[in-house]
Structures are given as C-alpha cells and as structure tokens.
Design a binder for this molecule. Sequence first.
Ligand code: ZN
Length: 142
Amino acid sequence: MEAGTVSSAGCFAPTEPLLQPTRRSEMWCHAMSALPACPECGSEFTYEDGHMCVCPECAHEWAKGADGADDAKAVRDVHGNVLADGDSVTVIKDLKVKGTSSVVKVGTKVRNIRLVDGDHNIDCKVDGIGAMQLKSEYVKKA
Ligand SMILES: [Zn+2]
C-alpha cells in the first residue's frame, strides 16, 4: 500500500510542468479568435502569418486590413461575405413576416438593402410584401 502511495506521488511531480504548455495554447487560441473569420469559407480558425491572415481550412490568404475594427462590426451574410448598402441579396430560407401571414420564400431576391443596427440588421423592401427587416444570417449576397 505504502509503495503505491509513493509511486503515485512520484507520478504527480513530472506532470506538473505540463500545465504550462496547456495554458499557453489556450492563450494562443484566444489570440486566434481575435482574427477575422476567413472571407472565403467563414472559418474562424484563421491565423496570422506575418501581415497576412491564413485560413487552414481552404488555404485562403489575405492581407490584414488596417480597418480590422470596422470589419468586426461588418454585417455578413450566411457565408461570411461582408454586405454593404445597396447590395442585392437572396433569402436562403422561408421567412415568416412577423404579424402577417406572408412568407418571404427561399430564393427571393432582395435589391438595394440598407444596413441598420440591431437584431434584424438589414432594412429592405421585398417585392409583393413591402418594407421589412431581415437578419443577415438568413441571406446570401446575390
Ligand atoms: Zn477559408
């Protein structure tokens, strides 16, 4: 019994230094999550290589823009493409219009969107339905 106690204590000591690399890799993950998602595939596992950003999933490389802060606030479609005022988008799923029996069908093209702050971050006019607000995650850039 006593031998067992000694050996477990002996095992314990060498494992202690292993804590350090673990912590460091957590910090590394943290640093990585501050980078913008891949503009090609939307992967969040991007990393920095010099002044380039690299996506490990689709091998896309792009320059880190000086406007990184703005980029984080950018309104993105379901694929991570940045949307802008005046863009045309396509609805990717049937969306019920709140308070009505109308449904914006999947595939509906919406022209000349306007970006707004809020949960529904796209202001637009849908043919046959009228002015409404959409969530950017339910559209893709046309
Ligand atoms: Zn990618």
